[in-house]
Design a protein around this ligand. Structure first.
Ligand code: MN
Ligand code: MN
Length: 305
């Protein structure tokens, strides 16, 4: 089962300007073939379908715990998209003249539906608005094939993150990419180690794929300095600890990254604040009379305490 924590994996800087085309680029990392919806659903269905869980406990634990991290990645990218679509928060009480085409600029954005249909929110679609779909999921029933697919998926996800990063000037989107490049490296490394334990092939020697030095990406530095390239979280209060037999056990960071032993970290990352984006009264979010809604919500909150 799943439990939810009301935090984002990291704190994201608020955009300095509204940039829905950057939001559209970031959508590739959400609903693209190699996006977070794909990593999430691949590992989630593989973990549901996993045979011989008790005999293959360490491997099952890796797939199951990374599944939970990928939900957090979906949440992180979705918040990044909404922040870029929204821009710095302004006045939420409305007052804009709706007869004066206040959103005329939205006709020219790459994904017009992100405003017209989704009010600036994120959707499980790629950078061209094509919907994510379940055919991106591979769950073959053969553990080695699935782990090979996962290794490929994480490497593919990294190359997409790098390309999206290279289009970005906005700090919000760059932070999302920088963090996910570090975590994608961890996941590719984890699946490589599973394949090594199962077959004896040192597939981790192929890493990093793509061959980029994270040291050259400013947004990665604080995560590398904190050791996040060496940590795999259990994402659970007490389960999935057996993955330490694979992630750990004398294995070390990839050459080129800051050195150190691989470590299983129990629980979830500290996380950061979930951004509290204001409504756009002229776009009917939350509604034409936001003050009344806020008053009702405050009464409901007071009644809950
Ligand atoms: Mn991910
Ligand atoms: Mn991943």
């Amino acid at each position: 089962m799943f439990m939810r924590v009301d935090k984002l994996l990291i704190e994201l800087p608020m955009p300095k300007k509204q940039d829905p085309n950057a939001g559209a680029a970031l959508q590739e990392l959400l609903g693209g073939k190699y996006g977070e919806m794909s990593t999430l659903n691949n590992y989630m269905y593989q973990s549901f379908n996993f045979r011989s869980k008790s005999k293959l406990r360490a491997i099952y634990d890796i797939v199951a715990s990374i599944t939970a991290e990928e939900v957090g990645h979906v949440e992180l990218v979705a918040n990044g998209v909404a922040m870029l679509n929204n821009g710095p928060d302004g006045d939420e009480t409305g007052g804009t003249d709706i007869s004066d085409a206040p959103f005329s600029a939205m006709q020219d954005i790459r994904l017009a539906a992100s405003f017209l249909s989704n009010g600036g929110g994120a959707m499980p679609v790629d950078s061209n608005g094509l919907p994510w779909n379940g055919t991106f999921v591979t769950t073959s029933g053969n553990v080695i094939m699935d782990m090979l697919f996962n290794f490929h998926l994480e490497c593919g996800a990294r190359i997409h993150k790098l390309r999206v990063y290279e289009t970005m000037t906005e700090p919000t989107g760059r932070e999302v990419c920088g963090y996910l490049l570090v975590r994608g490296s961890v996941h590719a490394h984890a699946y490589a180690l599973v394949l090594k334990k199962l077959t004896g092939v040192s597939i981790e020697k192929m890493l990093p794929v793509p061959n980029i030095d994270l040291g050259r990406i400013p947004e990665c530095q604080k995560y590398l300095a904190a050791g996040r390239h060496r940590w795999l979280y259990t994402n659970s209060p007490s389960d999935y600890k057996a993955m330490a037999g694979i992630w750990g056990n004398g294995e070390t960071a990839l050459p080129g990254d800051p050195p150190g032993e691989l470590e299983v970290v129990e629980g979830v990352p500290d996380g950061g604040k979930i951004p509290d984006l204001n409504g756009l009264a002229s776009a009917f979010t939350p509604e034409y009379a936001p003050e009344e809604m806020f008053e009702i919500a405050q009464k409901l909150y007071a009644a809950s305490r």
